[in-house]
Design a protein around this ligand. Structure first.
Ligand code: SUG
Length: 450
């Protein structure tokens, strides 16, 4: 059956800032307290979409969430008017930063998605990630679930699960720790879940940085999605790699159809894991592995090579969409040359994109997108306004230019005008993306009052 892989990209929200909230994510910690450029960040994301659209790659858009989240701050006991809440929370800058993060832009962490070819009821299954391991990211799952239900609203095609319960025991980071391999678009696939630790201990664990995903969380998702046990794999991330800054598997590996591109330090019992995958794969799996001697892990983490997107263009070629930092790092650039000359040409071309604003928080091209493989009828049922085309591009560009600030610093997060500007922007966005005027909490609260 004809299948389309649609890349749903997160729109960068108006409060994009650098707060150093993610211990274990080297870029986030390195850029803490620097001045961010929300307008540029959002436009960089849109430019990436244009490039893909021009190459015939179908793309979609997922909206930013409401930030600062006044609802979250109220749950913490701040009271009074919205402006009172904001000014009281400003005395606790770490809490205000958590309430203000635009981190939902990284939609690879929005959910785990299993296409209908893999599931027992023939529907596409979604589990929004609970993102339990970082305070600012725990604000996302409920709003993500709401967005996914609006965009993929047809129940006969799409099954929506709730985020996993259980906090850090069942910590789940979504598609960033999930890879799907298949012999051809539309064919049933192998689903690979990557975890960093076991919920109840046992086995190796990183010592410097946290492991965000547990095996038990991944197993629960596979059960919910009705995946066949023989086609589902659970691989443990190497603890050393996590300690070197590989906080998600998509910092060290990327898969697409019959290609798995990864670093040799990705998994515990790496060689045996790859052998199992090769054996289970229908047809020939192409594994391209970077060796430590040619591409030291620190360089791979710095350049974010494995956070490139692998995409099939409408002309049938496979494109590696890499961060521009890859061209600037010598070992990475050399490895890409080797990749392009690889026997059988698994990758036909490379294109570099400037996503510097997102990259400085640890979000490369692949972090910004959630892949959803769909049959044509499934695709046709998706909320049309959330699919990207050049008309959407122009509308969103004008919207960003009208509402986004050029720059933001940590102290700006307490500015009541920023709250007001963000709400005005998001209210207008619900019109552009046809999400309805009750999509955001502030819209529902406001309607309740009037
Ligand atoms: O969860 N950074 C995100 C980056 C997520 C990248 N996603 C994938 N690898 N798929 C995180 O660490 C930083 C926010 C700050 O520091 O202001 C942040 O949340």
């Amino acid at each position: 059956m004809k299948t389309l892989e649609v890349a749903f990209n997160g729109l960068v929200g108006p409060t994009h800032n650098y707060a150093g909230l993610s211990h274990g994510n080297v870029a986030s910690e390195t850029h803490a307290s620097q001045i961010s450029r929300p307008r540029q960040a959002a436009l960089q994301g849109l430019e990436k979409l244009r490039l893909l659209f021009e190459r015939g790659v179908p793309c979609g858009i997922l909206p930013p969430q409401e930030r600062p989240s006044i609802g979250f701050l109220r749950q913490l006991g701040f009271t009074g008017s919205d402006v009172d809440v904001l000014s009281a929370a400003a005395k606790q800058p770490r809490l205000l930063a958590a309430a203000s993060s635009a981190s939902c832009m990284w939609t690879a962490n929005a959910a785990t998605v299993s296409p209908s070819a893999d599931t027992d009821d023939g529907r596409v299954h979604f589990t929004p990630a609970n993102l339990a391991s970082k305070l600012h990211r725990t604000l996302e799952p409920d709003a993500t679930a709401r967005a996914l239900r609006r965009v993929f609203h047809c129940e006969s095609h799409f099954a929506h699960h709730a985020p996993l319960p259980g906090g850090v025991h069942l910590g789940d980071e979504g598609a960033a720790n999930h890879t799907r391999l298949c012999s051809a678009p539309g064919a049933r696939g192998l689903e690979l879940f990557t975890f960093g630790r076991r919920a109840f201990g046992g086995g190796a664990e990183p010592t410097r940085y946290p492991a965000r995903q547990t095996l038990e969380a991944s197993e629960a998702i596979a059960r919910r999605h009705g995946l066949a046990a023989t086609r589902t794999f659970f691989l443990q991330q190497s603890p050393d790699a996590i300690d070197a800054g590989v906080f998600h598997n998509d910092v060290i590996a990327v898969g697409h159809e019959d290609l798995l591109l990864l670093h040799e330090r990705a998994y515990v019992e790496h060689a045996a894991a790859l052998e199992d995958l090769r054996r289970a794969f229908d047809g020939e799996l192409c594994v391209v592995e970077a060796r430590e001697s040619e591409l030291p892990l620190a360089h791979a983490v710095g350049s974010y090579l494995f956070n490139s997107e692998l995409l099939r263009t409408s002309a049938g070629s496979r494109l590696l969409l890499a961060p521009q930092e890859c061209a600037e790092d010598e070992p990475t650039a050399r490895f890409i040359e080797r990749l392009l000359a690889w026997p059988g040409t698994p990758v036909d071309e490379v294109h570099y994109v400037d996503l510097r604003e997102s990259m400085q928080n640890g979000g490369g091209p692949a972090c910004l997108r959630l892949r959803v493989s769909m049959t044509v009828p499934q695709y046709q049922s998706v909320l049309r306004e959330c699919l990207y085309d050049l008309e959407a591009h122009d509308k969103l560009t004008a919207w960003i230019e009208c509402h986004y600030r050029e720059q933001l610093s940590g102290s700006d997060l307490a500015d009541p005008a920023l709250l007001d500007e963000s709400r005005r922007a998001l209210d207008e966005l619900t019109g552009i993306l046809a999400l309805g005027s009750d999509f955001y909490e502030f819209q529902r609260v406001h309607r309740g009052r009037s």
